[in-house]
Design a protein around this ligand. Sequence first.
Ligand code: AMP
Ligand code: MG
Length: 289
Amino acid sequence: MMDTQCSITVYDSGHVQYIQGAFDAMREVDRRLNRFSEGSEVWRINENAGGEAVEVSEETFRVIATAKDVSERSGGAFCPVMGAVSDLWGFGSENPRVPSDEELAPVVDALDISKLELDGENLTVRLADDRLKLDLGAVGKGYATGVAADYLRSAGVDRAIINLGGSLYLLGAKSEGEDWVVGIQDPGGGPSGYFATVEVSDAAVVTSGGYQRNFEADGVTWHHILDPETGRSAQSDLLSASAITDDGALADALSTAYFVLGEEGAKALGAEYGAGGLLLTAEREIVRF
Ligand code: AMP
Ligand code: MG
């Protein structure tokens, strides 16, 4: 699912039958948000870029509103309208490549979050510039885990772990009064495979890092998290950035924003949202907030 693997663990054998429903709810999210699948809500918004406003479901509207809010509050470091920039790089395709300055300049210069127009009354979304493409790649996984958690919660499940390619949602507590303990993957490998743990209940823990998707060209490693200022891989002072909050979509957007902003900006943004963070700096220092 969403180009990665998904596992759902429910800690009560009486509730196992709800796992399928949770997977179905996540597939529905993917069906709506995948910008490459013809007819999806995001696909329709992009098809109409520079033209008409598009009516979307309330759920999708809310995710897009979250993405826009994080974009504004991060000073543009988080940019959910840079799909055309990502397309030039082709991360995730068979032939990723380094685009030229001439290719990047026009699409990077066009980036402007105010051109993502939201009408909460009519539930419509409009891209006011046809050089922009909505890309919810940085929020979709966390959002989907939150949707699965909501589904399981309403089915009466008290304790579950949803893991979508390392984007986690920890539903309930490990046991009464005891938090789940989550290991965060070590970008450099390391003996145990993780560099730190976080202890949480009823929360999403989402991690972003340049180690997750990249390719090498001319001795440079280019990764998939882009700096909207340059259109090139963000030159972060971080190796890994995790965000912790009970809203899955927000946790995912924040993890990406934290990574682009670096340590100081990440702390400030986390404080603004009342969200937690765990960072690994380039000097392998661990920062918690
Ligand atoms: P994540 O793995 O959640 O950090 O999200 C990375 C994905 O989000 C990339 O594969 C792109 O599709 C998209 N993306 C890359 N850079 C940014 C950015 N600065 N802001 C928002 N989305 C981005
Ligand atoms: Mg993210």
